[in-house]
Design a protein around this ligand. Structure first.
Ligand code: NAD
Length: 323
């Protein structure tokens, strides 16, 4: 008789900005051994995820992923492996291969092995024709290859739900601000980097203009949103299930710099826009998240002021410990 193992969770792209914190939260919830972290990178170059199982896995290798799913009785995948906007624009072919091809592999595994799946989308699904306060439903005409892969991902996810009953869910994450792991090559990385430079150097040269306003969110809110969405009964979810808008807070680069200046003596911020300004300009200022509020009672807890307080307190402590 074969032993029936308790079901487990697999996280792809686990060594990234979100995975670092989501793995910790999932291990808190399910137990360390029940959450298998995976990434294309080796764990040795990562300081945090060492309290549970880790395996190297490329999401483009479907057979290897399937082996992990079967060997570990995986029941849910949190699929975080992706190339972000700035990295993706430098290598559009790889961005499409990883973001669309990787998701296609994971969706097929979910269909065949009856898995639940979390697949994040992004505010990058929107393009310049979108109203500045982005509705849940509006034409999606992104100008970045990254945005196009995220629109394709939402369409694929909806198809697998409608045609095959795969319980796949997603959030359109705003730019995420966190201190435990570095930001992973996106356009909103300045909202993370600015804190490190403020503490270490006392100055920062920001790569977008001061009046650039984007939807942002503190990581704690993003992790809570992810867990809340996955815990919602399936019948409460609507057509937005593949990419619910969730709003955290919306601020300009200058408002962020000013909030840091008011707490860090002599901090100076300059603004030298590069190519990432174009990507930022193509995205909305804020998002309407009324569907997430209605369907699963979503509510952000962090605005600009408490986000800045938390970032500075945690990073100052981290640098002190490391010194
Ligand atoms: N961080 C944000 O601000 C943000 C905003 C919107 C959406 N998202 C989405 O959330 C998800 C996770 O983002 P993140 O910020 O943690 O990204 P990240 O770049 O920090 O991490 C992605 C991880 O994927 C891994 N990876 C890359 N190619 C891989 C492959 N072929 N196989 C396995 N792993 C691979 C990388 O090594 C990396 O550790 C992505 O889908 C991203 O589009 C993130």
């Amino acid at each position: 008789m074969t032993e029936v193992l308790p079901s487990k969770v697999l996280v792809t792209g686990a060594l990234g900005q979100i995975g670092t914190e989501l793995v910790a939260a999932l291990r808190e919830l399910h137990g360390n051994d029940a959450v298998i972290a995976s990434d294309i990178r080796e764990i040795d170059d990562h300081p945090v995820i060492t309290n549970g199982p880790f395996t190297v896995a490329d999401v483009l290798d479907k057979d290897a992923l399937e082996e992990i799913v079967i060997d570990n009785s995986i029941s849910t995948i949190y699929h975080l492996a992706a190339l972000l906007s700035a990295t993706g624009e430098k290598n559009p072919e790889l961005c499409e291969r990883v973001n669309v091809g990787g998701l296609s592999n994971v969706l097929e595994l979910a269909r065949v092995h009856n898995l639940r799946l979390f697949s994040p989308s992004s505010i990058a699904v929107y393009g310049p024709d979108c109203p500045k306060h982005a509705p849940q439903i509006t034409p999606l005409n992104p100008t970045t290859v990254y945005g196009k892969t995220k629109v394709a991902g939402e369409v694929m996810a909806r198809y697998y739900w409608e045609a095959h009953g795969v319980d796949v869910r997603g959030l359109r994450y705003p730019g995420l601000v966190s201190w435990k792991a570095p930001a992973g090559g996106g356009t909103t990385d300045y909202a993370v980097d600015i804190f490190h430079h403020a503490i270490k150097d006392g100055n920062y040269d920001c790569f977008v203009r001061q009046d650039t306003r984007l939807p942002m969110m503190y990581m704690d809110d993003a992790i809570r949103a992810t867990l809340e969405l996955m815990a919602t009964p399936v019948e409460s979810l609507t057509d937005a299930r593949a990419g619910y808008n969730i709003a955290g807070c919306s601020f300009t680069a200058e408002e962020l710099a000013d909030a840091i200046k008011s707490r860090v003596d002599n901090f100076e911020c300059t603004f030298t826009p590069d190519i990432r300004q174009e990507y930022a300009d193509s995205w909305p200022d804020s998002v309407d998240d009324s569907e997430a509020k209605n369907d699963w009672a979503w509510e952000a807890q962090y605005g600009l002021e408490n986000l800045v307080d938390e970032m500075l307190a945690n990073l100052i402590h981290k640098y002190e410990v490391e010194a």
